[in-house]
Write a protein that binds this ligand. Sequence first.
Ligand code: HEM
Length: 141
Amino acid sequence: ELAAADRAALRALWKKLSSNTGVYTTEALERTFAAFPATRTYFPHLDLSPGSAPLKAHGKKVADALTLAMAHLDDLPGALAALRNLHTHTLRVDPTSFQRLGHCLLVTLARHFPGDFSPAMQASLHKFLSRVAEALGSDYD
Ligand code: HEM
């Protein structure tokens, strides 16, 4: 589980991102689509070129969902239940895609906040993103 130290580190980092969370999630999406092109196939209807308005709008939605998750570290499955239903039953997103996006968000934040990115910070963020991925994408039948 997320230990008290993980939670404190995560909340501090998220606070630091402040109102820019959407900027970082948008960069993470751009990295995901570039490094793992198969993830693009879920978005045939969106213009995914770097800097496009739909990409930024989608990045903002992902950011807000992660901010919600940060506020419910005790109950990620509960907080993300509606989004799990969307991503599994409606969109049928492959579970590995969540790990890929998580990986790219980690790279993005490490690049923008090098001074904060101790091994412990990386470990806490990895735990958080893994749990979010599990909460969003582990409900297949
Ligand atoms: C839509 C969050 C990962 C594919 C959404 C929405 C949110 C969201 C908040 C908008 C829901 C709404 O409009 O009601 C997240 C979070 C993720 C994640 C927090 C992981 C950290 C992924 C991954 C994929 C994906 C890995 C596929 C590679 C989609 C698609 C839509 C969507 C196709 C619909 C886009 C549209 O038509 O506007 N996601 N998502 N998501 N997500 Fe995710």
